[in-house]
Design a protein around this ligand. Structure first.
Ligand code: HXC
Length: 516
């Protein structure tokens, strides 16, 4: 064969590979409102940055006619490219080939790219649109899944791992995303479930649609499995590009700083008035974060799950920080099981990837009641306690109002190795709220009083005056400084920069035993 012919052959094969399951299957994919695997990669990566690996791999499985329908790539596209000029690895399931099902070859291609990402130390992004294990390949598919899961676990905390679920993720296809750090889903076309509606009907007799069982809204509000929900794939891939900006390439690097044009000493006088005088009146903690962060830019994570706690990324003088904040607007900012789990996982992510944590605290305590006790608030609350305690990154707290009881201890107190703890003058730091405390410690006095209600109110005021302030804690060094709210941005930047070279470590061990 001539040299020209050989080059022509390469071009023809490449063209064929790029068509995946063929024009008809691509058309079907578009009709379902979904993009193709290659279109998705193009949206995710910088233009022309994608380099493909293993384009010509084919399956040599021969059961159920598979040998007659060999397709280049075998249903997965793998490779690397850049996002805002930074290296990332990517794999994208091609639903036009056997419904994006996972064959032995598909698994080997993913495992290879995972290992490369870990060796080089760069984030990996999986784009999932798959019918699960390739049924015709039997246990080879199961073995393949398991190898992927193993790598997900081994590289957890080594390189950031991100999953887009932009189609079905059924059966085995759910567990790899579940093991990664962040899951992105899109409304109407993403579904994640272990067993689909038909099996659910057969086993539990429930009538449920795919969307009701495992759609994007279900996983962003009820199960908490997904972190980001979008209306279109285009927005979803923009979201991943944004997230990657906040992340270091791996656990040995720091997150990338950016240039900051927002003045360090920008004071916002409105902050002095944002916490209401009435102790039970709600306010929006997010409004505080927006006033303090560079350019009022906050990248929120899991916005719709456990909204009584807020998590996300932002910048302070161009430095990436992870934020955890109670939200008095929902359930008075109380900590329940879901809020604990949400915050704990985020704190551990930040700690694994060298991202300083800033905590804003206004919390009346843990959620009481049988529902919470029976579903394990003790175990879940312990997760959050554990996460803050083991974290060695810079940890700063700002108490805006309530910091009562166990919740005070848990939310990055000094005794959990919190580095800097600020309190606003509106802070109330005590073992419990004035109402509950007065009813217990003044019970006899109140009972004996002519007007018990008036006595109770008098005692509540007395308690509030004595303990519901930041100065008792400050007098003991549990609070480093009581600050005027409008200075918060300036103070936080000073503290973050002061802590830049912080070194702290935990005792040597194989690993801890977080209460799961
Ligand atoms: C092989 C598959 C497949 C699979 C789909 N296809 N899933 N081929 N193995 N798992 C093929 C279909 O036969 C079809 O081929 C093409 O992909 C498109 O599928 P459709 O059904 O036409 O598409 P759609 O209507 O969009 O439905 C998508 C779907 C459905 C919801 C994913 O296909 C489905 O329910 N698939 C099975 C899901 C499942 O039960 N997976 C679990 C596998 S067991 P043609 O040639 O007709 O175009 C498992 C256990 C692993 O994963 C556990 C590890 C821990």
């Amino acid at each position: 064969m001539s040299r020209e012919r050989k080059i022509l052959e390469l071009k023809e094969k490449t063209e064929q590979a790029r068509l995946g399951g063929g024009p008809e299957a691509i058309e079907k994919q578009h009709q379902k409102g979904k993009l193709t695997a290659r279109e998705r990669i193009n949206l995710l990566l910088d233009p022309y940055s994608f380099e493909e690996i293993d384009m010509f791999r084919v399956s040599n499985a021969d059961a159920f006619g598979l040998q007659d329908k060999q397709i280049y790539g075998d249903g997965i596209i793998t490779g690397y490219g850049t996002i805002h000029g930074r290296l990332v690895y990517v794999y994208s399931f091609d639903f036009t080939v056997y419904g994006g099902s996972l064959s032995k070859v598909v698994a080997e291609k993913i495992v290879k790219i995972q290992a490369m990402a870990a060796k080089v130390g760069a984030p990996i992004i999986g784009i999932n649109d798959s019918g699960g294990a390739r049924i015709q390949e039997g246990v080879d598919s199961l073995a393949g899944y398991t190898s992927i899961f193993l790598n997900n676990v081994l590289y957890s905390g080594v390189i950031p791992q991100i999953s887009a679920v932009v189609g079905p993720a059924a059966g085995g296809a759910v567990y790899s995303p579940a093991l990664t750090d962040f899951i992105f889903m899109v409304r109407n076309t993403s579904f994640m479930f272990l067993t689909g509606p038909k099996i659910v009907k057969a086993v539990t007799h429930e009538d449920v649609s795919s969307d009701e069982l495992g759609g994007a809204d279900v996983h962003s509000t009820k199960s908490g499995i997904s972190h980001f929900t979008y209306d279109s794939e285009k927005e979803l891939f923009e979201g991943i590009r944004k997230l990657v900006c906040f992340l270091p390439q791996n656990n040995l690097e720091e997150p990338p700083s950016v240039e900051c044009h927002d003045p360090v000493d920008r004071l916002d006088a409105e902050l002095n008035y944002i916490v209401p005088d009435e102790p039970h009146k709600p306010y929006d903690m997010k409004a505080i974060l927006l006033k303090i962060l560079d350019n009022g830019d906050f990248f929120e994570i899991q916005e719709y799950f456990a909204p009584n706690i807020i998590i996300g990324f932002g910048y302070l003088n161009g430095h990436v920080i992870g934020l955890v904040a109670n939200q008095p607007k929902y359930l008075a900012g109380v900590i329940d099981g879901n809020a604990s789990i949400k915050a704990a996982r985020f704190v551990r992510f930040c700690d694994a990837f060298n991202i300083p944590i800033v905590t804003f605290e206004d919390v009346p305590g843990f959620m009481p009641g049988t529902q919470q006790e029976f579903t394990g608030i003790i175990r879940h609350g312990a997760k959050m306690l554990y996460a803050y305690a083991e974290a060695t990154v810079p940890k700063i707290t700002v108490i805006t109002r309530k910091a009562y009881g166990g919740a005070f201890c848990v939310m990055n107190s000094k005794h959990l190795r919190g580095d800097v703890l600020y309190a606003w003058p509106s802070a109330e730091i005590a073992v419990m709220g004035p109402e509950g405390a007065s009813e217990i410690i003044f019970a006899k006095e109140i009972k004996a009083a002519e007007d018990p209600e008036a006595k109770l109110q008098e005692k509540i005021s007395e308690y509030r005056e004595k303990f519901a302030n930041p100065y008792v804690a400050a007098s003991k060094g549990f609070v480093d400084e009581v600050i005027e709210p409008k200075l918060t941005r300036y103070k936080l930047i000073k503290a973050i920069e002061m802590l830049h070279n912080k070194r702290d470590e935990n005792p040597p061990k194989k690993h801890g035993n977080i209460p799961l």
